[in-house]
Design a binder for this molecule. Sequence first.
Ligand code: NOJ
Length: 759
Amino acid sequence: MKIRQILLFSAMSTMTFTTVNAQQSPLNPETEKKIDLLMSKMTLEEKVGQMNQYNGFWDVTGPAPVGGDAQNKYNNIKKGLVGSMLNVRGVKEVRTVQKIAVEQTRLGIPLIIGFDVIHGYKTLAPIPLAEAASWDLKAIEKSAEVAAAEAAASGINWTFAPMMDISRDARWGRNMEGAGEDPYLGAKIAAARVRGFQGDNTFRSPLRIAATAKHYAAYGFIESGLEYNIAQIDTNTLYNQVLPPFKAAVDQGIRSVMNSFNTVNGVPATADRYLLRDVLKGKWGFNGFVVSDWASIREMIPWGFSKDENEAAKSAVEAGTDMDMEGGIYVPYLTDLVKKGKVDQKYVDDAVRRILRVKYELGLFDDPYRFLDEKREKEVIGSKANLEAVLDVAKKSIVLLKNEKNILPLKKSGQKILLLGSLAASKNSPLGSWRIASDNNTAISVLEGMKAYKTSSVSYVEGPKLTLEEPTFLTEVKYNSTDFSGIEEAKKAAANADVVVMVLGEHGFSSGEARSRTDITLPGLQETFLKEIYNINPNIVLVLNNGRPLAISWAAEHIPAIVEAWQLGTQTGNAVASVLYGDYNPSGKLPMTFPRNVGQVPVYYNHYSTGRFNGDPNSVFWSHYSDAEKTPLFPFGYGLSYTTFSYSDLQLDKKNYQKNEPVQVSVTLKNTGNVSGKEVVQLYIHDEFASVVRPVRELKGFELVELKPGESRVLHFTLTGKELGFYNAQNEFIIEPGTFKVMIGGNSDANLTASFTLE
Ligand code: NOJ
C-alpha cells in the first residue's frame, strides 16, 4: 500500500513540513456499505457486545479473568455480547466458540480470535530483542510470517504483536519483546514484522493474520523500569523516540493498536484522547481498531483516575479505546451510559465500525471458518520449512562480543571441549518468555546442538544449579544462591579441558511481562562459578542467555570470548553450535546498550551532549560519575565477526546543500580478514546546532553487507528531510539549516566523519 505524503515547506528560516497521510489504506466502499447495513440492524447492546473481549479457558496472560466460567462465556456469546476472544486456540476449540457466534446469535457476527503470537506459535524463533540484533529485515519479516502461518493454521486471526516500545532501561523485563533502544531501527523492524504477519494486507491467504502495534504509548519509558508504572515523558522524547515505530506500523497498514498500562504524563494511556484520537486516528489516519490492554480500562479506578466503572467506560471510549480486553467494563456499563445520554453514541458507532471493518477484511464474514482446517493445522505447524526459517534467524541473532586470541571458532576435532552450566542443557529456558502455545522443553539445547556436530570431545558438567525449581510463565524465577555443590566436579573437569564453554545468564522466564529486576548482573551463584572456573582454566567461552542487557563488567574484562546468544527459540542449540564451530560467522549487532552497572541505567547511545559533557578530568565539575566510567560496557550497534572490516573513503557528493536536495553519502567497506563475513554498516548523523538540542548521534541508515576475504564494496546512502528533520518543542516536524556531521562505522562509536551544510 502506498501512502501519499504531502510535504509542505515554509519559506521561513526553519523549514517546517507537516506530513499529511491519505487514509492509511483506502477504505473499500463495498465493505463500508456492508458495515452500514449490518450496523443498521444492530441493537445498542449488540454494538457494545462487539467491543467486548473475553479470555479463553486455559491460557491466562493476566490477573483474574472476568466473565465467569466457560458456560457463562458461551451464554454471553449467544446473547451477542462478545466480539472477540483471546487465548482460545486450536482448530477444534476455536470452532466451538465461533460456531456459537455464527450460528446461535441473532446476527451471526463472527468472533475475531486474538492471541499473543510474540516470537512464534509452536515453532519458536528467537525472542524479538534477539532478532533485532540481526538487523536483517528480511529474516525478521520471514520469522513473523512463520509465526503468522502457524497461528492462523491453529484458528487464530489476530496477534498482539509486534511490540514496538523503545526502551533504554535494562531493568524492564519487556525489553525482550521489543527491538531495543533506537527509533530508526525500531521503525524499520516494526514495519518488517507487520509485513510478516499481514503480508500485503489483503488477507487473501488464510496464513496471514492481523497484527497489533503495542503498547501505545511510552510503556518502555515507565519509571525505574518498574512494571505497570507511570511514564513522565517530554514531547521531544515522545515524538522523536517513542512514536516513530508506531507511525511506521500504521503506514505499513497495521490493523490494530493496543494501548498501554502506564499513564503518560498523568493520564492513563487507555484514556489518552490526544494520543488515540488526535494523533493515531486523526493525524495518522489509522482506520483499524484500538484494543485496551488486559483490564486497563478497569485499572483506571485503582490508578485514581476514574471514580467508578461508569467513569472508566466513558473516559476510555471517548478517548478512542474501541475494545475492552478482559476489563468487564463496556458490556455492563456502556449501554446504559449511552441510553442515559452520558456518552454520545457516535463513539460506540466509530468503535464498532472499526472492529467490523477488520473482521470483514480478514474474510470472516465470507467464511467464518476459513482459518479452521484440521488438515492445514497438521501440515503447517512445526513444518520442516518453519524449523529451517527459525534456525536461519537464530544464527543471525547471535552477537560476538569478544574474541581474544581467536579462541573462537572452536575446532571440530582434536580439542577437549567442556560445557558447563544448567542453561547449557536446558531445553526450556532457551524458548524464552511469551510462548504460551508452544510445548515446554522443546528447544534443542546447546548441549544437544554441540553433540550433534561431529566431535567426540564435548563433555558436559552442570556445576552449581541455576534455579531451585523450574520456573514457569506464571511464577517468579527463584535463582539458586545457596547451593554451591557441583562446583568441585566442574573444577575437576575444567582442569582437563582445552576450552571451557560456560552457558550462563538469565532463565527465559526472567524477562517478559512483570519481570522487572534491580540487579542485572549474572543472577544467583553464576559469577562466583565463572570466577572459580577461570582460576582453574581461563580458556573460557562465555555464552550468554538473556532477554535484556546484562551488566557483566568482570566477565568483559577477564573472559577471552563472549557470545551473546539471548534466548534463541526452538533451534537454539543448532544455532549456537554453528557459530561456536565457525560454520556461521556471527554478524549480529546489539540493539541495546550494555551498561557497566545498573546505576548507569538508563544509558543509551543517542543521548545529549550537556554543557559539560567532556569536561576537564582534572576538575570535578563536569558530567561524570565519581565511582565509574560513564561510557557503556558495549555500545549500541556493537558486534564482532570472525573476520575484520575496514572503512575508508567517506564521501559526500557536495559540501553545501539546498533545503530539499538529497545528500548522497558513500563509503568503502573492505573485508580485511581471512573468511567471508557480514557487516552491518551503520550511518549516524549529528545536527550540530538546533533550536532544540539534538542527540550526539542518531542512526539514520544501515546496510547488511556480505564480503569475501579481501573483497571491498562502495556503499551508498541518501539523506533527505526525513532523516535530517526532527520534532521541535511545538511538535512540528522541522528541518533546520546548519551543519551536520555524518559518521559511518560498525557500531555507534563510528568515527569516520564528514560534514555538510544545509543552506
Ligand atoms: C498484557 C500484556 O501487556 C499484553 O502485551 C498482552 O497482549 C495482553 N496481556 C494479553 O495477553
